[in-house]
Design a protein around this ligand. Sequence first.
Ligand code: SF4
Length: 202
Amino acid sequence: MVGGEVSFNSLRGLEINTGTCSRCRLFATRKNAVPGEGPEKAELMFVGEGPGAEEDRTGRPFVGRAGRLLDQALEEADIRREDVYITNLVKCRPPDNRQPRDDEMDACHHFLRAQIEFVDPIIVCTLGATALMRVLGKRGISSYRGRIFRRLGRCIVPTFHPAGALRNPSLKPFFLTDVKEVGRLITSREAYGRDRRDQTLF
Ligand code: SF4
C-alpha cells in the first residue's frame, strides 16, 4: 500500500481512482480525469500543472499543442516518451485553463505523492512556475530553470511549461535545452546512486 492517509494498491489502481474522485471542485467540470501515463517504474517523471482541453477530452496528459512540443523536446533529447511517466499537479482540468488553486492542489496532492512513490523516478522534471513552486517551494522559473536540485535522493530539474514556450517563443530554446540536459543526466548516470531515495519528496 502506498500513499499515506489515502492508500492505493497499485499505480494503475490509483489512475482509475482519479476518475471517480470528487475531492475538489474540478471534478464538476471535467470530462475525463487525466491521471498521467507511463511505465510503472520510470527513471524520469514530468510534472506539469493541469490538463488542458485536449487532455480533458482524451484523458491523456500532454496530447495537445504543448504535448507536441514536449514530444519534440523528448525526441531531441533522445528520450522515448514511452519510457517516462508524465503527469500533472491536478488531474482534472481547471476551467478555461486557469491556474489550479491552492486548495485544489492540496486536495490532489495525495495522488501525485503516491505516483512518485510507485514510479520511483530518479529525475523529476517540473514544467512551469506552478510545479516549481509546488515541488521546490521556489518562485521565479527564469532563475531556476535548467538547474539541478538534489532532494532526498532525487534530482529535480525545473524548466518552462511547454505551453508557456508556445505563448512566448523566446522561451522555447531554453525549454528544449533543459530537456536535453535531463537526457544527459540519464545517459551519464550522474543522477544515480548518491543517496537512498526518500519516497516523501514533498
Ligand atoms: S483535481 Fe484531483 S482532487 Fe480534484 S477532483 Fe480531480 S482528481 Fe480529485
